[in-house]
Every structure is written in structure tokens, then in C-alpha cells.
Design a protein around this ligand. Structure first.
Ligand SMILES: *[C@@H]1O[C@H](CO)[C@@H](O)[C@H](O)[C@H]1NC(C)=O
Ligand SMILES: *[C@@H]1O[C@H](CO)[C@@H](O)[C@H](O)[C@H]1NC(C)=O
Ligand SMILES: *[C@@H]1O[C@H](CO)[C@@H](O)[C@H](O)[C@H]1NC(C)=O
Ligand SMILES: *[C@@H]1O[C@H](CO)[C@@H](O)[C@H](O)[C@H]1NC(C)=O
Ligand SMILES: *[C@@H]1O[C@H](CO)[C@@H](O)[C@H](O)[C@H]1NC(C)=O
Ligand SMILES: *[C@@H]1O[C@H](CO)[C@@H](O)[C@H](O)[C@H]1NC(C)=O
Ligand SMILES: *[C@@H]1O[C@H](CO)[C@@H](O)[C@H](O)[C@H]1NC(C)=O
Ligand SMILES: *[C@@H]1O[C@H](CO)[C@@H](O)[C@H](O)[C@H]1NC(C)=O
Ligand SMILES: *[C@@H]1O[C@H](CO)[C@@H](O)[C@H](O)[C@H]1NC(C)=O
Length: 303
């Protein structure tokens, strides 16, 4: 019975997709399941936006959907899709694939290279898929229009490629919850529109580069859960747009007094590091704080 209903959904979608005048189709946030139709004689000739997020579709994503010539927004996130992300893409602007079981046909995440054909691509979300593989240099070949890259919890390894700094219009990038190693690249300094940078829960080492202080638009910086050493750069005091700073669970040893210049900071996590010395009373100068975590360090009562 279940199987019968699932087949029916596929057949209904095949009929709908084949309506040649259709530009936008939305059926997000329902309880639809089963596979998407993969019949080669479905045209999708005028479809511009396809919203199917938050259902329980399964099976692979048919490549004819990816290369529909006018499709600019494809939202398939929060389903049970599996298999490879197709390497055929035409002209997407927004691609949402997060929260599925998708992977890549190659360890170099070759679908990223095919996405570089999308001249106007702005938004990519792959988070929470078992992509595995190595974060490739080809990421720097994505469109100059890129604004958002969400690639958390994808089991990706390797180091953060310098080429990522080609994407100078990025506003938000999250690579958290992967297995990235090496140091934080100083090339990130070129991403001057970044408001959110999350590299949390990886295996990054070395010290925090002063170059991050060039990212003056930063609102949220999360470097927690890595193996970062030495001090928080004094120039962090210049990041006046910063509201959320998470540096917990590293091996940092020293806090600059300039950090207390960040009068508008809301959330500060310095927990589980090797900070020592008197508990910084200057925290009292931060008048809008909502959340502070100084636990698991070696602070002591002054004098
Ligand atoms: C789609 O439409 C074309 C022509 O209108 C037709 O030949 C084809 O069989 C249709 N496909 C499906 C799956 O309905
Ligand atoms: C999905 O729909 C439910 C109601 O059916 C609603 O409560 C929920 O907020 C919706 N989810 C999203 C992400 O919009
Ligand atoms: C989604 O579909 C899968 C099978 O494809 C099934 O195992 C799972 O229970 C379904 N989840 C929900 C929430 O219906
Ligand atoms: C789109 O993908 C199909 C395979 O599903 C392929 O046969 C077709 O040639 C592709 N079209 C373009 C324009 O890439
Ligand atoms: C993570 O990826 C590696 C290959 O890079 C693979 O061997 C491992 O099974 C993956 N782990 C998970 C939890 O998917
Ligand atoms: C980036 O694109 C250029 C031009 O198409 C190509 O020559 C180069 O190999 C690509 N780089 C990577 C790392 O894929
Ligand atoms: C991307 O960055 C690399 C090195 O950082 C550079 O050699 C290459 O020319 C850049 N590509 C583009 C398209 O800007
Ligand atoms: C990062 O991890 C890869 C394996 O995923 C390894 O080959 C490489 O040497 C590591 N690099 C550093 C700097 O530790
Ligand atoms: C940034 O901070 C450093 C150290 O606190 C300071 O010397 C420098 O003048 C500041 N730069 C700007 C542009 O404010």
C-alpha cells in the first residue's frame, strides 16, 4: 500500500513537471515520500523554481532536474535523498541540498567543479550530508556571485584551500563539523564582506592569524573545537561588528586587553582553553552581554 502511494506521487509529479508553461512548483513541508520521476521524456522546459524541501523523498536526484535549462532555484533540503549529487548543472542561483544522505561521485567533490558553470550561483547548502572527500581547490572556481556556502557536517577532510578567497562576495561560510586540518589560511583576509565564518569542530592547528582582523564585517566568528594555540590576536579589538565570538575548546593561552573594547558583544565563549591569570574584571564593561563561558581554564582570584 505504502509502495503504491509512493509510486503515485512520482507519477503525479511527472505529469506536473511536464506542463510546459510551469515556472514555479512548490510542495515543501508536506509528508510526501517516494522517488522523483526520472523518465527521460519529461521536459521541465520553463521551470524556474522547484521547492520540495522538508518532505521525505528518497532515491537519487534525477539529473534531468539538475540540468533543466531555466531552473534557478532548486530546494530539495530536508528529505532522504541518497546517491551522488549529479555533475550536470546548468544555471542555478540557489541550491539547497542539506539534510539528506547525498555523497559525491569522486573524492574531489567533482560536483563542485560542475557548479562552477553556474554563472550566477549565490547560495549553496550541502550541510548534513555524508559527502566525505577532500575540500577541493576547485571551490575557488565557483561564481564570483557566491554569497552563502553551508557545508557543515559533511565529513570532509584536507585543508582549507587558499582558492576560497577568490569568492570575494561571500557573506557567510560554514565548514563546521568536518575533519579539516592544517592552519587557518591568511588568504581569508580577502573575504571582506564576510559576516559569518564558522570553522568550528575541525582539526585546525597553529595560531589565529591577525589577517582575520581584516574581516571588519564579521558578526559571528566560530573557531571553537579545534587545536588552535597561543593568543587571541590583539587586533580582534577592532572587529566592532562582532556580536558572537566562540573560541572554546582550543589550546589558547592569552587574552589581549583590547578584547574588552568589543562593547557590543553578545556571546563570548572562551571555555576549555589554557587561559590563566586573574578573572578579567573588564568583562563588566561589556554592557549587553547575554552569554559568557569562561569554564575549564586556569583563571584565579586576583591578589
Ligand atoms: C511529456 O510531454 C510530452 C509532449 O507533450 C509527451 O510526449 C511525454 O510523453 C510527456 N511525458 C510524460 C512523462 O508525461
Ligand atoms: C512546517 O509546517 C509545520 C506545520 O505543518 C510548521 O509548524 C513548521 O514551522 C513548518 N516548517 C517550516 C520550516 O516552515
Ligand atoms: C522516510 O523514508 C524512509 C524510507 O525511504 C523511512 O525509512 C523513514 O522512516 C521515513 N521517515 C519519515 C519521518 O517518514
Ligand atoms: C541533461 O541531462 C540528461 C541526462 O539526464 C542528458 O541526456 C542531457 O543531454 C542533458 N542536457 C544538457 C543540456 O546538458
Ligand atoms: C568519513 O569519510 C571517510 C572517507 O574520507 C570514510 O571512510 C568514513 O566512513 C566517513 N565517516 C562517516 C561517519 O561517514
Ligand atoms: C578553475 O577553472 C579554470 C578555468 O576553467 C581551470 O583551468 C582550472 O583547472 C580550474 N581549477 C580547479 C582547481 O579546478
Ligand atoms: C583563484 O585563486 C587562485 C589562487 O589563490 C588564483 O591563482 C586564481 O587565478 C583564482 N581564480 C580566479 C578565477 O580568480
Ligand atoms: C591533513 O589530513 C590529510 C588526510 O586527510 C593528510 O594527508 C595531510 O597530511 C594532513 N595535513 C596536515 C597539515 O596535517
Ligand atoms: C587594530 O588593532 C591593533 C591592535 O590593537 C591596533 O594597533 C591597530 O591600530 C588597529 N587597526 C585599526 C585599523 O583600527
Amino acid at each position: 500500500m505504502e509502495f503504491g502511494i509512493n509510486k503515485l506521487v512520482g507519477a503525479v509529479l511527472a505529469t506536473i513537471f511536464n506542463v510546459s508553461t510551469l515556472k514555479i512548483f512548490g510542495a515543501s513541508n508536506n509528508s510526501l515520500s517516494g522517488r522523483l520521476p526520472s523518465s527521460p521524456n519529461i521536459r521541465l522546459s520553463n521551470l524556474e523554481k522547484l521547492h520540495l524541501w522538508d518532505n521525505n523523498f528518497s532515491g537519487t536526484i534525477p539529473s534531468f532536474i539538475f540540468n533543466a535549462s531555466k531552473l534557478s532555484t532548486l530546494e530539495l533540503q530536508m528529505n532522504s535523498f541518497s546517491g551522488f549529487i549529479p555533475n550536470t548543472v546548468s544555471n542555478l542561483r540557489n541550491l539547497g541540498l542539506n539534510d539528506n544522505y547525498l555523497t559525491s561521485s569522486t573524492p574531489e567533490l567533482s560536483f563542485l567543479s560542475s557548479l562552477s558553470n553556474c554563472e550566477y550561483l549565490e547560495y549553496l547548502s550541502f550541510s548534513d550530508n555524508p559527502l566525505d572527500g577532500i575540500l577541493p581547490r576547485a571551490i575557488g572556481n565557483l561564481s564570483q556571485s557566491m554569497e552563502n556556502i553551508w557545508m557543515s557536517n559533511c565529513n570532509s577532510s584536507g585543508s582549507i584551500p587558499d582558492e576560497i578567497s577568490n569568492l570575494t562576495n561571500l557573506i557567510a561560510i560554514s565548514l563546521e563539523g568536518n575533519k579539516l586540518n592544517g592552519s587557518i589560511p591568511i588568504a581569508l583576509r580577502k573575504l571582506q564582506k564576510l559576516q559569518l565564518l564558522s570553522l568550528k569542530d575541525n582539526q585546525l592547528e597553529g595560531s589565529i592569524p591577525n589577517d582575520l582582523c581584516r574581516l571588519v564585517a564579521l558578526f559571528e566568528l566560530d573557531l571553537g573545537g579545534n587545536k588552535l594555540v597561543r593568543f587571541i590576536p590583539a587586533c580582534f579589538g577592532n572587529l566592532t561588528n562582532l556580536r558572537n565570538l566562540y573560541l572554546g575548546s582550543n589550546k589558547l593561552t592569552s587574552i589581549p586587553s583590547t578584547l574588552w573594547n568589543l562593547k557590543d558583544i553578545l556571546r563570548l565563549d572562551l571555555s576549555s582553553n589554557f587561559f590563566t591569570g586573574p578573572l578579567p574584571s573588564e568583562i563588566g564593561n561589556l554592557k549587553v552581554l547575554v552569554q559568557v563561558d569562561l569554564s575549564m581554564n586556569n583563571f584565579f582570584r586576583c591578589c
